[in-house]
Design a protein around this ligand. Structure first.
Ligand code: GAL
Length: 327
């Protein structure tokens, strides 16, 4: 557990035995093993103006642990909850918990169903429109192949690609994949999906999936790799590099595209090892989530005009993605 306590004077501290506990903002994140989520959490911690604490807890991908941490936070006087749920399909208990104390509840990154969100008038969501990310990936890959006809290494007129998917059933996985497939189907380049594997957002699982595909089918079967996030793209890259690919020889290059724009992926793009990524702007998302929590904790009304954000479906803020392509 990490706490950030900024600008609280000694006088306040010595009087806490008598005063009611200071309200704080509780941030609950599904996993500490996820570099994108860690960066998001660190950003949230930087945002406080010192008028209240921000407490960040990681649920270690455990639904029960997440609920217990939130229960404790509510018991200790949390003034608002920002929750990145372990399982966005089972958030009703979290909503009931917030509702029991009339607390503002902002879900982030892992999107609950709209009807669940609508069931509590102090619940909001901050995330992205995942369909945008998949179509951006398809655009970058198409452009790359049109600019580099030798990308069709076996010369059969088709680009055979492997897809590395995130966690099964999550909105990000479903809509990134759906829009990617739709855009590749409508591309001027012919693409064929040779394999699709759920590597659960994780570097190691992606590395192993690419390794096993190549061992079974040979590296010539693989002409592109698309990953639902950067950590998986980087796992794929690591295996390709171990085979002498994507290491400077233009004859031995397999285009890889990811999503997130983590610092490691940006470096790989800059170094020409990946062709591109899509910026999943966690700084802008953290600011939006924090703003909602801050305003709601201070009793302000949440609306488009009071926050400056557009609310899709009345309760969701979708921060736009940005294409990052290696020229
Ligand atoms: C996605 C992100 C992934 C992973 C996932 C967790 O938005 O691109 O890297 O963090 O959220 O659900």
């Amino acid at each position: 557990m990490y706490r950030k306590l900024a600008g609280v004077c000694a006088l306040t501290l010595c009087c806490t035995a008598l005063a009611a506990p200071e309200p704080f903002l509780e941030v609950s994140l599904y996993s500490q093993n996820d570099p994108f989520i860690r960066a998001y959490g660190e950003t949230l911690q930087q945002l406080t103006d010192g008028s209240f604490e921000v407490t960040v807890n990681y649920a270690q991908e455990d639904l029960v642990k997440e609920y217990q941490q939130l229960q404790l936070a509510v018991k200790n006087g949390a003034g608002a909850l920002i929750v990145n749920p372990v399982d966005p399909a089972s958030t009703h208990q979290i909503i009931e918990l917030a509702d029991s104390k009339d607390l503002p509840l902002i879900f982030i990154n892992r999107e609950p169903a709209a009807n669940v969100l609508n069931s509590y008038n102090k619940a909001w969501y901050v995330g992205t429109d995942s369909t945008q990310a998949g179509s951006f990936q398809a655009d970058m890959l198409t452009r790359y192949v049109l600019d580099h006809p030798t990308a069709d290494r076996n010369g059969d007129g088709v680009i055979s690609y492997m897809l590395l998917q995130g966690e099964k059933g999550l909105a990000d996985t479903i809509y990134r994949t759906m829009s990617l497939n739709h855009s590749l189907d409508n591309s001027p380049v012919m693409f064929k999906q040779e394999a699709s594997v759920y590597a659960n957002w994780q570097f190691d699982q992606a590395l192993q999936a690419v390794e096993s595909f190549i061992r079974q089918n040979g590296i010539d079967k693989l002409e592109a790799i698309v990953a639902n996030n950067d950590d998986m793209a980087l796992g794929a890259l690591q295996f390709l590099k171990s085979q002498g690919y994507n290491s400077g020889d233009p004859q031995k290059f397999i285009p890889i595209v990811g999503i997130d724009a983590t610092s490691q992926a940006l470096k790989a793009v800059e170094d020409g090892e990946m062709i591109g990524t899509v910026k999943n702007d966690y700084t802008a998302q953290a600011r939006a989530a924090f703003r909602l929590a801050y305003m709601a904790m201070h009793g302000k009304e949440i609306s488009q005009s009071s926050t400056g954000y557009y609310f899709s479906g009345g309760r969701s803020i979708y921060v736009p993605y940005v294409k990052i392509y290696f020229e």
